[in-house]
Write a protein that binds this ligand. Sequence first.
Ligand code: NAD
Length: 260
Amino acid sequence: MLKGKNAVVTGSTSGIGLAIARALAQDGANLMINGFGTPAEIEKERAAIEKEFGVKAIYSPADMTKPGEIAAMIKTAETTLGSVDILVNNAGIQHVAPIEEFPIEKWDQIIAINLSSAFHATRAAVPGMKARRWGRIVSTASAHSLVASPFKVAYVSAKHGIAGFTKTVALELATFGVTVNCISPGYVWTPLVAKQIPDTMKARHMTEEEVKRDVLLAAQPTKQFVTVEQVAALAVYLCSDAAAQITGANLPIDGGWTAE
Ligand code: NAD
């Protein structure tokens, strides 16, 4: 379906981004992956994508806090792959602290990675998409683009920003065959989440099941985690021709969290 299309996925060395990259490749898209990690692990993932799906996959180490590196990443993708038809703004980090203690550098870093990087990457990719009159921009927002939780001021602000960014750019590009949407997952089962469980079991004297149900999934009515594959399938759908009339949308995939 996406054969011949070229995609850039930021923050795709692990978790949701890696699953989206692999799902796009499975659908035929060539890829630029991006993110941090050990060079050997990244090369293993990159080579596996090429081998399993028969597409071209390249890697950019661009740091999403650095506007110049982001613009250069898009340029390299355009020259090496031929174009950027699909851009997935996915890189993101979290920090949890009360506002009066929230480190200023963490605020700046989260706004840069979770919000401004989407602006810089989109700004660089849009001229090519407009010229070809086809493009798909998908950003990984969060349930926290729709509702808040205490102690996550930078994350919630950045993710609400992504929702507004999505609507604005969607309107600007509506007549150019370019759709712009964001996906808002609730709790997704990633290694990051799994790692929190043993410590929480100890601290709260709870079983693994109790931690999952009463702590992590307290806000998620289905009491089940979203999987990275489910998020990736939604991203691939948004890149398909069937989704050509979906633009400016913020799609929750959160087990009912934001319905409450
Ligand atoms: P993750 O930590 O597994 O992946 C984050 C990715 O971003 C990694 O590839 C990392 O290397 C990359 N990254 C971090 N800082 C970077 C930087 N400065 N430059 C380039 N790359 C950088 O986390 P995840 O859970 O897969 O999260 C991916 C996205 O999904 C984030 O935007 C996150 O906010 C969002 N999200 C996650 C959940 C969840 O429950 N896991 C829920 C909702 C939204």
